[in-house]
Ligand binder design. Structure first.
Ligand SMILES: NC(=O)C1=CN([C@@H]2O[C@H](COP(=O)(O)OP(=O)(O)OC[C@H]3O[C@@H](n4cnc5c(N)ncnc54)[C@H](OP(=O)(O)O)[C@@H]3O)[C@@H](O)[C@H]2O)C=CC1
Ligand SMILES: Nc1nc2c(c(=O)[nH]1)N=C([C@H](O)[C@@H](O)CO)CN2
Length: 236
């Protein structure tokens, strides 16, 4: 059985991969989930990270993952809810499907994992952490990612409820980033426009979120709060 595990969802690439690598190299026992195989999975296995294939698109997929954790893990140090899909509304077709998909990954998945794995978070006899990764747009809305933003707002609200429910054994906090790292398909015009949205005007990279995760893990007195990593977007 694995003990004192840091669990990171959706960590085969980008932010989750960077966090898993750094925490594994800091001697935390790390378990990650991935939906689609990426080369990052092999990188993590070489660092001793346990990589579990999990698709949270259905309740059955979430339940199957929770069952795996309960079978193989005796205690959890932290759960980082990183898995996410950044999907915009279809301009030509109105459908509630996107709302259900965003809710599934950003709300139902953290909700069921937190409630199911609470005993393992309390089994370590040390202060444990749940971290929800949301988005800066929770505080202002988004005209192009309406369902995404609404689901991230719900995730931010879960932070308050779970922080109340799980204190004092478990801290529950939000990391709310704006631009962290562009996607390969982002064109120069989009990149230039996006960089101008913040006061600092930079693409910080994944390490910015990794640093925030480590800050929260090392804090003994923060719960039900947000760390906003947004380059001063609110100032523009
Ligand atoms: N990147 C940025 O600039 C910003 C990121 N954030 C937030 O930070 C976090 C990390 O961002 P980033 O690294 O870009 O994330 P990604 O967009 O790279 O997504 C991370 C992983 O989530 C997985 N995932 C998506 N849907 C599901 C599902 N239904 N079941 C299982 N896994 C799933 C994806 O798997 P698959 O590869 O199979 O699709 C993907 O590998 C996210 O929560 C994001 O919303 C917030 C603001 C800005
Ligand atoms: N799951 C994801 N969420 C978000 C991403 C991403 O790539 N995956 N990217 C962004 C943007 O960087 C945005 O913050 C700036 O354009 C937002 N969320």
């Amino acid at each position: 059985m694995l003990e004192n595990v840091v669990l990171i969802t959706g960590a085969a690439q980008r932010v989750g991969l960077a966090a898993a690598k750094q925490l594994a190299q800091s001697d935390y026992p790390v378990v990650i989930t991935y939906r689609t195989y990426k080369s990052g999975v092999d990188e993590l296995k070489k660092l001793g990270v346990t990589c579990v294939q999990a698709d949270f698109s259905t309740t059955g997929g979430i339940d199957a993952f929770n069952a795996w954790v309960k079978k193989h893990v005796s205690s959890l140090r932290a759960v980082v809810h990183n898995a996410s899909a950044w999907q915009a509304e279809n301009k030509s077709q109105i459908s509630a499907d996107i709302l259900r998909k965003m809710y599934q990954i950003h709300v139902e998945t953290p909700y069921l994992i937190n409630l199911t794995l609470e005993p393992l978070l309390k089994a370590g006899n040390q202060l444990a952490d749940i971290i929800h990764i949301t988005d800066y747009t929770v505080e202002k809305g988004s005209d192009k990612h309406i369902a995404y933003c609404a689901s991230k707002a719900a995730l931010d609200n879960l932070t308050l409820s779970f922080a109340k429910r799980f204190a004092p054994e478990i801290k529950v906090n939000t990391i709310a980033p704006s631009l962290i790292v562009f996607n390969p398909e982002d064109d120069p015009e989009y990149r230039e426009k996006t960089l101008k949205k913040s006061a600092l005007g930079v693409e910080p990279g994944e390490q910015e979120v990794v640093n925030a995760i480590e800050f929260i893990l090392n804090s003994g007195y923060m719960t039900g709060r947000q760390l906003k990593l947004d380059g001063g977007r609110h100032l523009i």
